[in-house]
Design a binder for this molecule. Structure first.
Ligand SMILES: [Zn+2]
Length: 149
């Protein structure tokens, strides 16, 4: 693994940790209808799809953006070496696939930390929200029942 790429992706993921920690429910829970998430291979990182879309979408977005940045760097390197303005479409596509593999592999190396943040920051926020909603619903039910007595 390229250490520069690895630390670049780790920085992006670390920035996302604070976004995830600040998230508050209810928000949007499903990636259905989000064109970026529905086609992104990053949604297939272990366990991600089970968490609210509002939390996962920013992570998918930064990783997709990282792929584009890595691809651009590879294309610039190619142009520098070949002396051309830009590589041909087939080479660009190959660099795109290579960039995706590199970013995905780096994200996989951070998968345990990503899940820890989800379980330790987002999980309790969801539990508090559900407990609050249940208590409010129960109070509402009791008040409705009392008004009928
Ligand atoms: Zn999305």
């Amino acid at each position: 693994m390229n250490p520069t790429l690895s630390s670049f992706v780790e920085t992006l993921v670390t920035d996302w940790y604070s976004t995830a920690a600040r998230w508050t429910p209810p928000g949007n829970s499903s990636p259905v209808g989000c064109a970026q998430c529905e086609i992104s291979p990053f949604l297939r990182l272990p366990g991600l799809v089970e968490w609210p879309h509002d939390v996962i979408h920013p992570l998918v977005e930064v990783l997709e953006d990282a792929v584009l940045q890595v691809q651009r760097s590879l294309e610039e390197l190619d142009a520098d070496i070949a002396g051309a303005v830009a590589p041909d479409p087939a080479r660009r596509a190959a660099y795109g696939r290579h960039a995706l593999k590199l970013v995905y592999a780096t994200a996989m190396l951070n998968a345990d930390d990503i899940l820890d943040v989800l379980e330790n920051c987002v999980g309790p926020a969801i539990e508090d929200y559900v407990a609050h909603e249940l208590a409010a619903g129960l109070l509402d039910f009791e008040q409705t029942a009392e008004s009928r007595d």
